[in-house]
Design a protein around this ligand. Structure first.
Ligand code: AHG
Ligand code: MN
Ligand code: MN
Ligand code: MN
Length: 349
């Protein structure tokens, strides 16, 4: 609407990041430029519908290509790590900047033939010294991240971001083509009423995870049992399918779309409270989720929102990854809920 287009009081993501930057004397425009490139990409996917005529590719490969190209062309990056690429991408010197970006271009893609949810997860590191970038620059603990976030392409397109001083949520306004600050300073409830886990793996769980989930269902302290939510709401599924049909009609029309996504589960956990678990089990001793571009960004956001993230052994953000695609068990969410699982693991030792 033209009335909307004239509004000048809206806090757009660009304005927000510029404000944040002015509070920090050490930061310069480069970080703002990088972030606006990432927001621009999310916008592109969120507003999708005009990407026809393209050769049909699997959606995750497609979004990976788009991300890599755009991040390089921002001129602000030096190393890119994506779930979809075995090796890290080292940006050629003439296009190089000082930021490393780790990302999961499309989260939920592993079940692409039978069910899809869409989201993008990212984390940003700074290469401190002026030197030839190496893998060591990205194999850093999550607490060294400068910023982290995700974008969820659901009933609306939501971008949740932390630059290390709290968490803020932005919603894409399609009529303005801008991300608007709609969820300022998100704080996760201290304790929640929801647990989120793939219970189909229960027979292979370890003692503490088994005890914890049992406690969620049959609390012995008189508290009420928690609700289980692992698959996103049908509302999100419906609009996600509509969006996918616009991007890749041939593939999506034949799909039965099922929501199975860390982004959706973590988003709900952040807003409503509770706990999200992807624990270790006998078949997957390190769980399923990847440290650099799934566990770290989501743990960073949880801590910044007042929650916690634990691996079963330590604070998740203290973990030092040895490999690019390393996995780790993860328990994240409301402060008190994560305290309980920490106590169960401590008792085990
Ligand atoms: P991706 O599509 O990026 O490979 O990630 C899928 C992940 C994550 O989104 C979700 O939490 C998890 O897989 C679900 O795994 P299970 O089906 O084993 O529960
Ligand atoms: Mn993923
Ligand atoms: Mn993925
Ligand atoms: Mn995958």
């Amino acid at each position: 609407h033209s009335a909307d287009a004239q509004r000048t009081d809206l806090m757009t993501i660009t304005r927000f990041v510029l404000n944040e930057q002015s509070k920090r004397p050490e930061s310069r425009g480069d970080f703002t430029i990088l972030l606006s490139h990432i927001a621009g990409l999310a916008k592109l996917i969120g507003l999708a519908g005009e990407t026809n005529g393209e050769e049909q590719k699997k959606l995750d490969v497609l979004s990976n290509d788009v991300f890599i190209k755009a991040l390089i062309s921002s001129g602000r990056t030096c190393i890119l790590v994506s779930e979809e690429d075995e090796e890290a991408t080292f940006v050629e010197p003439s296009k190089r900047g000082k930021y490393c970006v780790v990302f999961d271009p499309l989260d939920g893609s592993s079940n692409i033939d039978c069910g899809v949810s869409i989201g993008t997860i990212f984390g940003i590191y700074l290469v401190k010294e002026q030197h030839e970038p190496t893998l060591e620059d990205v194999l850093q603990p999550g607490k060294n991240m400068l910023a982290a976030g995700y974008c969820m392409y659901g009933s609306s397109c939501t971008l949740v971001l932390s630059t290390g001083s709290g968490v803020n949520g932005f919603t894409l306004d399609p009529s303005l083509g801008e991300f608007i600050l709609t969820h300022p300073d998100i704080k996760i409830p201290k304790k929640g009423k929801i647990y989120s886990v793939n219970e189909g793996n229960a027979k292979n769980w370890d003692g503490p995870t088994t005890k914890y989930v049992e406690k969620c269902k049959f609390p012995k302290d008189g508290s009420s049992s928690k609700s289980l939510r692992y698959i996103g709401s049908p509302l999100v599924v419906g609009s996600a399918k509509k969006l996918l049909i616009q991007i890749t009609p041939k593939i999506t029309n034949s799909l039965h779309v099922r929501q199975s996504s860390m982004v959706a589960d973590v988003h709900r956990t952040l807003l409503y409270g509770g706990i999200f678990l992807y624990p270790a089990d006998k078949k997957s001793p390190n769980g399923k989720l990847r440290v650099l571009y799934e566990v770290f960004p989501m743990s960073f956001l949880m801590e910044q929102a007042g929650g916690q993230a634990f691996t079963g052994k330590q604070r998740a953000l203290d973990l030092v990854p040895k490999k690019l695609h390393e996995r780790s068990p993860i328990f994240l969410g409301s402060y008190e809920d994560v305290e309980e699982i920490k106590a169960l693991y401590a008792a085990e030792e």
